[in-house]
Design a binder for this molecule. Structure first.
Ligand code: BG6
Length: 479
């Protein structure tokens, strides 16, 4: 299909991943144990992430741990990057595992083997003119920082993070021009284990400790922006939000107000601090009503104000529909944020509602609010794939999903949105973050690895591989 719009010159087409979901080699190269290493595989993971009291201990008798081997990118990165290059990737989004660089998180000197691994990966990407886009912290924290410091509850993590990013910027200053600080920073409002490195123990934890931890991350992020600009002139560093445009179920003003308030706290709170450089007005009342009093040190607010991000990266998978007094049976089954089922939308096999127009709405809302370049660094369809007898994988459902979302981005560009690029999530099959499953596949490249841990790890191309290759080759004109 030929589209009617053009994406900007130099548009960054590519794919996105995260260290813990693809590298494997969890105890090689001097790496320390980290938070995803202790998360069990299978649907029990979602329960662990949502229920109070998780203790971050390994229990190999009871659970499997798919992130330990993942898809073994650590040893197979050359083969994988060659496939990305064949697809014509202009960019590759990946993350660095903090625990490879500082195994405990708080050492004074970094682990050379970890640094050298990422050197090899960046060199391989650059060999094919693929621009690395690096997430500094993607749902991963050395376990020592969790156990000894309580994760981001502790102000000391700001110092450790500063040490970590200083090492990264100095080491990779000639290789990496695009950075982002915390993956989906706003998601910790629902699942602090992944982003903040502590488990909710009781309802009170949702407020004071969570927002204090957020303040620490805002300070750390601002400091990273400052250091990035100092150490790598010309580099760009962004924030990264999971964005769900929030619709009211109807025009009842009570429901509209509720949807707005949910949107403010979830979609905008973090971005407002990182992009505008100050706490938004609406949060004052929220803090008061939830007895939150932040410990803000001298200089924090100035640092945040003076070191705002260069661009806004976002993941977009679904929209959210809200109603003030919803009944449990109205909640959509796959809605991680608890919105109600939207009768206008179909859902994925995991119940994630599919809404391409929601992406156009999101891009318009974010650009109106922040007037900063936007970068869609995650989007995609998690689906069960079937390997035919001849080895073919006909993932037309994935092509349909991506086509509609690319069309929505094209429309947003015509609406006036400044868009830097598009890196669909899990361009190669990898371990799901929320369920620890391999069978929830997003890739253009199939990996022979299964939920029970079996498989050869062999890579093969799905039908979407050639389709996306052509999308990139025509800069989005042929969809
Ligand atoms: C985003 C995360 O929330 O969504 C990724 O940044 C994650 O790490 C992706 O993998 C898809 O979610 P899931 O649970 O299907 O893997």
């Amino acid at each position: 299909m030929t589209s009617t719009f053009k994406f900007p010159e130099g548009f960054l087409w590519g794919g996105a991943t995260a260290a813990n979901q693809l590298e494997g080699a969890s105890n090689e190269g001097g790496k320390g144990l980290n938070t995803p290493d202790v998360l069990p595989g299978g649907k029990v993971r979602l329960k662990v992430l949502s229920d109070p009291g998780f203790d971050f201990e390994l229990d190999t008798e009871k659970y499997t741990y798919p992130n330990h081997e993942a898809i073994d990118f650590y040893h197979r990165y050359k083969e994988d990057i060659a496939l990305f290059a064949e697809m014509g990737f202009k960019t590759f989004r990946m993350s660095i595992a903090w625990s490879r660089i500082f195994p405990n998180g708080n050492e004074l000197t970094p682990n050379e083997e970890g640094l050298a691994f990422y050197d090899r990966v960046f060199d391989e990407l650059l060999k094919y003119n693929i621009e690395p886009v690096v997430t500094i912290s993607h749902y991963e924290l050395p376990i020592h920082l969790v156990k000894e410091y309580g994760g981001w509850r502790s102000r000391e993590l700001v110092t450790f993070f500063e040490r970590y990013v200083t090492v990264l910027f100095n080491r990779y200053k000639d290789k990496v021009k695009y950075w982002m600080t915390f993956n989906e920073i706003n998601s910790s409002l629902h699942m602090p284990i992944l982003g903040l490195g502590f488990a909710i123990q009781n309802e009170e934890d949702r407020y004071q400790p969570t927002f204090q931890a957020y303040h620490h991350q805002f300070v750390a992020s601002a400091r990273a922006v400052q250091l990035c600009h100092e150490i790598i002139p010309g580099a760009q560093i962004g924030c990264m939000l999971v964005y769900l445009p929030t619709y009211s179920v109807d025009s009842n003003p009570e429901n509209v107000l509720f949807a707005l308030q949910e949107e403010q706290i979830f979609n905008y709170f973090c971005g407002d601090v990182q992009v505008r450089g100050h706490y938004p007005a609406f949060i004052k009342r929220y803090f008061k009503e939830h007895n939150i009093e932040l410990d803000i040190q001298d200089g924090d607010l100035e640092l945040i104000k003076e070191n705002t991000v260069d661009y806004v990266a976002l993941s977009y998978y679904m929209s959210r529909t809200e109603k003030k007094d919803k009944k449990p049976e109205e909640v959509g089954k796959g809605n991680i944020l608890g919105g109600i089922k939207n009768s206008f939308l179909k859902a994925s096999d995991w119940g994630w509602e599919i809404d391409p127009t929601g992406l156009r709405i999101s891009l318009n809302q974010l650009y109106d609010r922040y007037e900063k370049p936007l970068f869609v660094v995650e989007n995609g369809l998690g689906a069960y794939d079937k390997v035919e007898e001849d080895g073919a994988i006909n993932d037309d459902y994935r092509i349909d999903y991506l086509r509609e979302h690319i069309k929505a981005m094209g429309e947003a560009v015509q609406d006036g949105v400044e868009l830097m690029g598009y890196t669909p999530w899990g361009c190669i099959d990898l371990v799901s973050a929320s369920t620890g499953e391999m069978s929830k596949r997003y890739g253009f490249i199939y990996v022979d690895k299964h939920d029970d841990g079996s498989g050869t790890l062999e890579r093969s191309k799905k039908k979407s591989f050639d389709w996306f290759k052509n999308v990139i080759a025509t800069n989005g004109e042929e969809l």
